[in-house]
Unconditional design. Structure first.
Length: 429
């Protein structure tokens, strides 16, 4: 059975439950005003009751406890720091196998990449509980080392997996608009049917932190099988071979649509247009976030299917943001940076080290499924890119542990060496 005390402590440390008050004029303050007035008057008048119906309950106010300055900082760090770094890593790591793994034969090179990537990915998914149990028993230094080695290996596995599917589709089906549109739509339909369309949104729309270490090795599978070795293996295999592959096909289709339609003869200009699309949609989603969440709550109260369709629509927008963000920086790097192995290795190492130091190395690989319509009360349209808030929570947790540790030591010392109490008359001086 899960430890309820751990769940409650995690809830208290959640970045969405920070103690910052909501700004004046927000729905929270309006709700408090109505409630306070009703308590003073001994009841709620008709006017107050009508006003209360128009105001969401406190728990439905969308992230009113995260200040506007923190929201802006979260957005800036995700879209101008983490997102570009992840793209730099992927772009240059993608080119490394092209330089060393049968460069004249892209088909053979891709099949080998697939064999390596899919094998590692399957083993990591199947053995995730064993990896977690081994790591949490070690000291903090070993935990950090194992976690970062795991992240680095999974980055390579994921890139080889994606490279296999992407290049083979290019070689066997070609690159043209109809092919890209059909593959994108079919893959999107399959993800909707499997209820894992949220998996297609990536950095910078969503990020993944390297802590706590208990969650570092978690790779959610489609059927979430937890018992029986054969059943777990089948679940892991289906997730890796089917769900991940369909997600890659969707990304490739959307990427190729942009390649064909956005000034295909001018690579630099094409990449710039992708960035314009990405940042424009991202800013619109950021500015309308609270209104969109309230609408999601309203639709959820009407019917779950309507809410699911709306959440999938928001997911599609976040996927468009992610794909165009990656494509924009990727195409610009291919257009203006030297295509040399030394340059690729330098960018590969530098970007990974920076992300690891920032405790977001697990934002690089795509790990497992993210399920649709699991989060309620409007949280289904929320994509976690609250990087600054996560760091703030980690700092607060570390400070609280530092404060608790000395007091615990003092209590233990007092118990070990008790001092007899004396009254003023018993004092020898």
């Amino acid at each position: 059975m899960p430890d309820k005390s751990k769940e409650s402590s995690l809830d208290e440390l959640s970045p969405l439950k920070a103690p910052d008050p909501a700004p004046q004029g927000s729905s929270t303050h309006l709700y408090d005003a109505v409630t306070e007035k009703s308590q003073k008057d001994g009841g709620i008048s008709e006017d107050d009751s009508a006003l209360e119906k128009l105001i969401p309950h406190k728990e439905d106010v969308p992230h009113s406890d995260i200040s506007l300055s923190h929201r802006i900082l979260n957005f800036a760090l995700a879209y101008f720091w983490l997102g570009p770094l992840v793209t730099v890593y992927w772009c240059n790591s993608w080119h490394i196998p092209e330089n060393y793994l049968f460069p004249p034969d892209p088909v053979a090179s891709s099949w080998i990449s697939g064999a390596v990537g899919y094998s590692i990915y399957f083993l990591a998914t199947f053995l995730q509980d064993n990896l977690r149990d081994f790591t949490v028993r070690q000291n903090i230094v070993v935990q950090c080392f194992v976690a970062q080695v795991y992240s680095y290996v999974m980055c390579w596995a994921c890139i080889n997996q994606w490279r296999c599917v992407w290049v083979l589709l290019d070689e066997y089906t070609g690159i043209y608009l109809l092919n890209a549109v059909v593959s994108c739509l079919l893959a999107s339909m399959i993800m909707v049917i499997l209820r894992v369309h949220r998996t297609t949104a990536s950095t910078p729309s969503t990020i993944r932190m390297d802590f706590p270490v208990e969650n570092h090795f978690t790779i959610p599978t489609l059927f979430e099988v937890s018992t029986g070795q054969y059943a777990k293996a089948a679940d892991a295999l289906f997730t890796v071979l089917v769900v991940d592959t369909v997600g890659i096909i969707l990304w490739r289709g959307l990427w190729e649509i942009m390649d064909v339609t956005l000034t295909p003869d001018q690579k630099g200009e094409s990449g710039a247009w992708s960035l314009v699309i990405s940042y424009s949609v991202a800013v619109i989603l950021f500015l309308t976030h609270d209104c969109v969440k309230i609408l999601s709550i309203y639709l959820e109260d009407k019917h779950w299917a309507v809410s699911l369709v709306f959440e999938d629509f928001i997911t599609v927008l976040n996927t468009i943001v992610s794909v165009n963000h990656w494509r924009g920086y990727w195409v610009l790097m291919d257009a203006y940076l030297p295509y040399k192995p030394a340059s690729h290795w330098l960018c590969h190492i530098t970007s990974f080290v920076l992300l690891a130091l920032g405790m977001t190395a697990t934002s690089i690989p795509v790990l497992g499924c993210v399920f649709d319509n699991r989060l309620k009360r409007g949280e289904g349209i929320v994509f976690d890119n609250f990087y600054f808030t996560h760091l703030q929570t980690l700092w607060a947790t570390w400070k609280s542990k530092r404060q608790i540790a000395p007091s615990t030591e003092e209590t233990d010392a007092a118990a070990a060496f008790p001092v007899a109490k004396t009254t003023e008359s018993e004092t020898p001086y």
